[in-house]
Design a protein around this ligand. Sequence first.
Ligand code: PRX
Length: 651
Amino acid sequence: MAEPHISVLLNENRIFKPSKQLAENSNVNKWMASHGISSYEQLLKKSQDIEWFWGTVSKEFVEWYSPPKKVLDWKLPYSNWFVGAKYNIVHDALDRHASRTPNKVAYYFEGEPGDMRAITYKQLSDEVSRLANALKRLGLKKGDRVSIYLPMILELPIAMLACAKIGVAHSVVFSGFSSLALADRINDCGARILITCDAFWRRGKTVQLKVQADEGVRQTQTIEHVIVVRRTEENAPWVQGRDLNYKDLIATESPACETEKMDANDLLYILYTSGTTGKPKGVLQRHAGYAVNIALTLSWVFDLKDGDIWWGAADAGWVTGHSYIVYAPLMLGTTSIIYEGAPDWPEADRWWDIVQRYKVSVFYTSPTAIRMFMKLGTEWVKKHDLSTLRLLGSVGEPINPEAWIWYHENIGGGRCQIMDTWWQTETGAFAIAPLPIADLKPGSAVHPLPGMAAAVYDESGKPSPAGQGGNLVLLRPWPAMLGGLYKNPEKYQDTYWAKYPGVYLTGDIARVDESGFYWVQGRADDVLKIAGHRLSNSELESSLVSHAAVSEAAVVGKPHEIKGESIVAFVVLKQGSSPSEPLRKELREHVAHDIGKIAQPDELYFVNDLPKTRSGKIMRRVIRKKVVGEPVGDISTLMNPEAVAELDNKT
Ligand code: PRX
């Protein structure tokens, strides 16, 4: 692990206060008033009685089939929430709205070529039921797993909800991942069915997803059927008997399907995320605690009201989409946007055009996207009327104050507070984030949310003094806390619970300033953050080493103006192979093929040796320092200190 004492490079002291109108009318303020709480400080304090807090809010955000007997059962490191309740998140996300507000639009979908479709809560519920019935007809039952490999089209939430409705766990694989990444995930979770599509639009061209899906499925044994959505109506390859056309499959199914009454802690989904070792970890989420936590946080942080148009401009292949495009907005009965394509296609104002046309009022994106738009210039933004926006959000990586201010001024017209939400696939929901009643400092995620307990610890497990960087930890369980890692209890224990007994290790470095504001600085472990997406260094290295010409590889991140980090790879070739431009290209393509384009090294160098510890571990920390031009420090303990200088002879 890198030393957590990251120096504080900036001291940001500007304060942005919420308007009186925002604070007073906010959902959280109304809740406080109705519970006799008079200030933000008091709310944070009182909510530390976590059983009282989560027990109270659960009654307001979910409808049980039968109520819990106990709010929390905490047997370190596993927490069970709302024990004894019968529940299904689909009841709150769909069933209740389909009967009470059937004609309200759930999603406005816009495809990259400009095709549009609005789907109401009733229509969404009918289509989910049809697919759920079809899945049952194919023999799926509670406890089974389905993999979903779809782009941002309506059938992605539909497929997720159909699984959840019948008690089947879904495992969504980001459509930008390769066939091998898909195969790994299918093999790990043992999915019986894969739901995918023929192709989708990206930057004016089609991406042949079915070809990739087929290649992936060939390397698995458990898939019985592949359900194929027709998105581009291209002639995708077809395996007779195995492949089923989505439209035909659901055509004859009834739009009524009973929602399975699950136990509160039954599995809702598995979502794979990169860790410090090569193999992705299957993060588990369960129905009830997750539902309470995501609905509360979306309602309080982004203050969604009945007339709002919410756009979480992420991909539902990642946790942001699971929690805040699919489940939480639907639970709150919100109208959301789903856009298929690239942000700057056909021109750099596509997003702002969407905001204007659909009158988006609350908008959530990543610092990488904000920096990209900053670079493209404000003239693209100025072409559009963005006056419907009232709140903005940021997620995925630290937002630098410069990007924060640009976002505030140019997208938010100087009037929108920016909710910088810190969380993880594992936390399931926002953990540290402002509320509409909070003062903001650009670049800070402000305070842990009500019901959350965080701290920054030094190496010995003592709270770091104000202003000093250390390991960000969460001190107590929360309802959307991961239920473990799929079939891997040891890794769960080692990754999150081994460093400080009884305390959840986030893997991030942060500091808390004198006024209690949290500043998340980046990862402490070997996890890259590329455009807000998590990739593990070792996963990329194993891909490089799997190429016949490579004997050793090291991958490190380097600060990048737009993407946050860029990927720099160093490879040592096997005897008989020699550096060349075609080989460099081939190796970059090899990684893209193995994992996906997002993992392709931006820079790839050939070297003769890599610095290692005496036990033979490659010292990425030393390599990273070299790459960013910092002093490498004491290298006397290395097995081969001369390898550090060798890095300068890279080609
Ligand atoms: O390093 C933190 C960073 O993203 C990590 C979690 O990545 P993932 O599970 O892929 O989920 C991303 C979307 C929630 C964290 O450990 N991160 C996320 N949000 C922020 C952040 N870093 C700084 N500020 C944030 N707001």
